[in-house]
Design a protein around this ligand. Structure first.
Ligand code: Z15
Length: 684
């Protein structure tokens, strides 16, 4: 409808605040209330964008009550609580998730219909929150979802980057990076906590007191201010928090005299930029001072907040029993990025709270756990001692002491992936297998898949202008572009397939299975080889897709700007996906599990770590691209021969049936029991 039509519809619906509205008419009124009284736009407009913000604010009303209730419930019960510290979160869109978890999907769809909109049209308006790069960040977001779903008292801590991951624009010269300001208008999902502010120090020196205790003084101090994002769970009222820190300078830190002298780069102004951008590299080394500052900023603000809450929950006792701290707090570090938490907790306990080394070290050990996410040596961050001593002098003293005391005793490392082939088999041959041969399920399964493929085809047409056949085999590889992930091998395989098709007679071609190969992912801006791969994929596509002789048998698509909401369209529409990283290089991989859950078959590397875990020692063989490609093509050929719709459907059903283990709910359940030792704390 036109702008005037929309306003006319709006006029018929009374704007009434009703944060707990349940029926569609009341919800429509509440949405209209927000359009009128929480305005962020000029009046007399109710275009899709305005409708999205008003709808999101209305859904937020629904969340806020149970969110506050959850907080006071935790405060009263005072259970042991987990804090997940991560430099990255890839939340994607929140509206569909919130409406689904609150179980108000139909009511909202209906309400929006009264306002002249389809729910899908409105949810499409939302920008992805992309405060992360890839697998590590998305895993953190899945974990938050599962922690709420399992009613666990567990919160996330992160940074409120103004600019998240860049937007990938495809031009004649390949990938171009566009800054994405996800807060350009505003985020309806964050609540500023003006009362939660902590000082964060950088530089300065260590003062030694007459009694031997030490204190970090001087340097520069900035403020960390909290912004909370509600995390609703599925089929639970528990609504947890993701607390994002924002760097702020206090008014008194501004030196107006300097400013008036034209010195705009005052320390205070520089500091306010700490959270300006997400570092856009995925698993690559970075020694930038700003990144180190970001990491310390996250650790210090989060730990000060955690200690403050621990003290608040003492329940009126004025004596602090620090030995109780590990029975109230578990801190999980997502990769090495937040490991400064270890010396920071030591510093806070010793220098601010007056504990001795042994007691502080015992508490720190029992509180903090770390997960490793990479086997790439270049992904392990390193900083020079000079930089560290300058920026964090007290922490360096503590780190040296830890090194002296534990360098010969430390032997515990835990990683993200473990293979449980036996469990897998047990699940694969469980009762579900019977359904795979059931007469109705395969047909329903196929039509659901076809519907998802049709949606994907519509999306590809919309973003690339290329039309693809939903009846062709959809073969997908989506992940950050990296040499070790071997998108190059995949595209070489596609070129080989194209050449073979060109050699065939028209009759022979008709006997092949038509295929659409889709590759998507972002390349780190300065990673030249990765950017060349992106360009190659899109150039090969341009040749193949316009070749009338073969383009009904093969299409090659570079899917631009791969992100969470694009994944939500691609993964359900997939039939075959590529997980072909060089053996021994991928710590785990997580999209493989999402594809499998969505009934997609997988081509994957038989990783040498897997063989090792089965105690079969294999000699490490390093292949050149050509040999790898030959092997890969052998695999691809076999899977082409196997392409029999009935057989595929059965394998697809078994794939979904056997992948329950890969739910992040299962992972988080295990973390809660085995590492954090926390119990669920559901709202009554
Ligand atoms: C990242 O996305 C991953 C590891 C890292 O060290 C960094 Cl900095 C970013 C990925 C791994 O590459 C991937 O194999 C793993 O599945 C994922 O983390 C989640 O654990």
């Amino acid at each position: 409808g036109s702008t005037t039509d929309r306003i006319k519809i709006l006029e018929k619906i009374p704007p009434v605040a009703n944060p707990q509205a349940k029926d569609p008419a009341a919800i429509a009124s509440n949405i209209n209330y927000h359009a009128h009284y929480s305005p962020h736009f000029s009046p007399y407009k109710f275009e899709p964008e305005q409708a999205f913000y008003a709808t999101a604010e209305s859904v937020r009303d629904q969340l806020i009550k149970q969110w506050n209730d959850t907080y006071s419930h935790y405060h009263k019960v005072n259970p042991k609580q987990t804090y997940y510290l991560s430099m990255e979160y890839l939340q994607g869109r929140a509206l569909t998730n919130a409406v689904g978890n609150l179980d108000v999907q139909d009511a909202y769809a209906n309400a929006l219909k009264q306002l002249g909109y389809a729910l899908e049209e409105i949810t499409e308006q939302e920008k992805d929150a992309a405060l992360g790069n890839g697998g590590l960040g998305r895993l953190a977001s899945c974990f938050l979802d599962s922690m709420a779903t399992l009613s666990l008292p567990a919160w996330g801590y992160g940074l409120r980057y103004r600019y998240g991951l860049f937007k990938q624009l495809m031009t004649k010269t390949g990938q171009e990076e566009i800054a994405e300001d996800w807060l350009e208008k505003f985020s309806p999902w964050e609540i500023p906590r003006h009362d939660v502010v902590f000082p964060i120090r950088f530089f300065g020196q260590v003062e030694i007191n007459p009694n031997g205790s030490r204190k970090w003084i001087g340097g520069e101090v900035i403020q960390a201010a909290a912004y909370d994002v509600p995390i609703p769970g599925y089929k639970t009222k528990d609504t947890n928090s993701l607390r994002l820190w924002e760097a702020k300078a206090r008014a008194e830190d501004f030196n107006l005299f300097e400013f008036n002298d034209g010195k705009y780069e005052s320390a205070a102004l520089l500091h306010s930029r700490i959270c300006a951008v997400l570092y856009p590299g995925d698993a690559t080394e970075d020694g930038k001072l700003l990144r180190l500052k970001q990491q310390y900023f996250l650790c210090s603000a989060s730990l000060q907040d955690i200690i403050t809450r621990f003290k608040e929950r003492l329940g009126g006792r004025d004596k602090i029993l620090w030995s109780e701290f590990p029975s109230k707090v578990a801190v999980q570090l997502n990769d090495t990025h937040p490991t400064l938490s270890i010396p920071e907790l030591m510093r806070l306990l010793m220098d601010d709270e007056g504990l001795g080394w042994d007691e502080a070290w015992d508490i720190t050990n029992r509180t903090i756990a770390y997960t490793n996410h990479t086997v790439l040596p270049e992904a392990l961050e390193k900083w020079s001692q000079t930089v560290m001593w300058k920026l964090l002098p007290r922490h360096m003293e503590i780190i040296e002491e830890i090194d002296k005391r534990v360098r010969y005793t430390l032997n515990l490392v835990n990683g993200v992936a473990q293979l449980h082939s036996d469990i897998l088999k047990a699940e694969l041959f469980s009762d579900y297998v019977k359904f795979a041969d059931n007469s109705e399920l395969p047909a329903e399964w196929e039509s659901a898949k076809l519907a998802s493929k049709q949606q994907l085809a519509n999306y590809v047409l919309q973003v690339t202008g290329v039309s693809i056949d939903p009846n062709s085999l959809f073969d997908i590889q989506i992940k950050r572009i990296h040499e070790y992930k071997r998108q190059l091998m995949n595209i070489m395989g596609a070129v080989y397939r194209y050449k073979k098709l060109k050699e065939m007679s028209p009759e022979e071609r008709k006997k092949t299975t038509p295929r659409t190969i889709m590759i998507g992912g972002k390349a780190f801006a300065t990673y030249t080889n990765a950017k060349r791969i992106v360009k190659l994929v899109s150039d090969v596509g341009a040749v193949v897709n316009t070749d009338p002789e073969v383009n009904s048998f093969l299409k090659i698509i570079f899917v631009p700007n791969y992100n969470v909401s694009v994944a939500e369209v691609l993964i359900p529409g997939s039939e075959l996906s590529q997980h072909i990283s060089t053996a021994g290089m991928e710590a785990s991989g997580t999209s493989n599990m999402k594809f499998a859950l969505n009934g997609c078959l997988i081509i994957g590397t038989l990783d040498e770590l897997m063989l090792k875990s089965e105690k079969k020692l294999v000699k490490k063989i390093s292949l050149f691209l050509v040999q790898q490609l030959t092997k890969f093509l052998g695999c691809v050929k076999k899977e082409s021969k196997d392409w029999d719709r009935k057989k595929w459907t059965k394998m697809s059903i078994l794939s979904t049936a056997g992948s329950g283990k890969f739910s992040s709910d299962r992972t988080i359940g295990q973390y809660a029991n085995e590492i954090w030792k926390i119990d669920e704390c559901p709202l009554p």
